[in-house]
Design a binder for this molecule. Sequence first.
Ligand SMILES: Cc1ncc(C[n+]2csc(CCOP(=O)(O)OP(=O)(O)O)c2C)c(N)n1
Ligand SMILES: [Mg+2]
Length: 327
Amino acid sequence: MFGLKSESVLKLDQEYHELDEYQGKESRWCPGCGDNGILAATQRLCRDEQLAPEKTVFVSGIGCAARFPHYMGTYGFHGLHGRALPVAQGVKIRRPDLDVFVNMGDGDCCSIGTAHWIHAIRTNMKMVVMLHDNNIYGLTKNQASPTTPQGRITSTTPYGNLLKAMNPLTVTLGVTNVSFVAQVVEWIPDLLYKVLREAYNHKGLAFVRILQRCPHFMPTAWDQLLSNPDKIAVMDSPDGVQLSDATAKIYKTRVAHDSSDLNAARQVASLEDEVPVGILYRNEMVPTYDELRRPQRLPEPELTEEILNRSFDRFGIFPSTSSKAGD
Ligand SMILES: Cc1ncc(C[n+]2csc(CCOP(=O)(O)OP(=O)(O)O)c2C)c(N)n1
Ligand SMILES: [Mg+2]
C-alpha cells in the first residue's frame, strides 16, 4: 500500500508542466491591452521554471490588472482594492513553500495601497510584485491616478491634472530594506520575460514596474516611446539582463550602470528624458523577513521532524532515570 502511494507521489513530482496548464479563464481585457503581454510572459516564466500550479499563488487587489489571477491556471486571490500586498504577505508567512506573485495597477499600488506598498518593501518577503502602470484608473473608466501625467484631462481632472506624476521607482528605492527594483515596458517581450525571470530568482521582494498600454483610456500615453525607441535606456551592467540580438538592434541606447549601487539606482530612476529599463537595483544581502524571524532555520524536512518530535515528546512516557538496576 505504501509503495503504491509513494510511487504516485513520485510521478506527480516528476510531471512536466506544459504552457497551457498555466492558462486560466479566457482574458476579458480589451484588444491591445498591455496586460495580455504581461500574462503571456508570466505564463512562460512559470513553465520555464516548472512552477507547480498547486504551489503557486497570484494575489491581486481590484482593477483591470487585478483580474490577473483569473487568467492563471494556478491558485489565486482577487482581493480588495489596495490590499493585495497584505494578503500576499499573509499567504507567504503561513506558507513559505509557495511561490507568491502580486499584480497591482497604479491605483491599486500607488494610490489606495500606498501604505501597504511601503511596508511590504521594508518587510522584504520573497515574492514578485508587478506594478501594471497604465497611468490611469482603467476599470472604473478614466480617473487620474498618482502616475497620470500633469495636464492630462480625465474624468476627475476635467481642467487637466494639476500635479506632476509620482515616480514609483524612486519611491520604492527610498524605502528601508529595498532589495530589488526593475522597470520594463510590456511591448518588449524579450526584456519583460528576462526581467521577470531575474525577479523570480531574487531572494526577497522583487518590485517590477511595467509600463503598460491602455488603448482605451490612455491611447497616446507611450507614443513618444513607441515612435522613438532611442528614448528607452537599457541598463548595461555585467550582471544585468542581456537583450536578444533582434531586440538589441531596435533598442540601442545603453546606460552603464552598477545595479548594486543604491545611489546610482536612484539617479537612473530619476531620469526624465529617457525611460530606464532593466534591473536598477539588486541586493541579495538584505535579509528577508523569514530569515529575521527564524535565523537558524533548519531545512524543511528536518524542521518538520523537529516540530513533530517536540510535540510527541510532550506526551511521551519515559522510564524514570532515578530507578536503579534490579529495582
Ligand atoms: C475601496 C475601494 N475604493 C474604490 C474602488 C473603485 N475602484 C475599483 S478599481 C479602481 C482603480 C483601478 O485602477 P488601477 O489600480 O490603476 O488598475 P487598472 O484598472 O488601471 O488596471 C477603483 C478606484 C474599489 N473597488 N474599492
Ligand atoms: Mg491603472
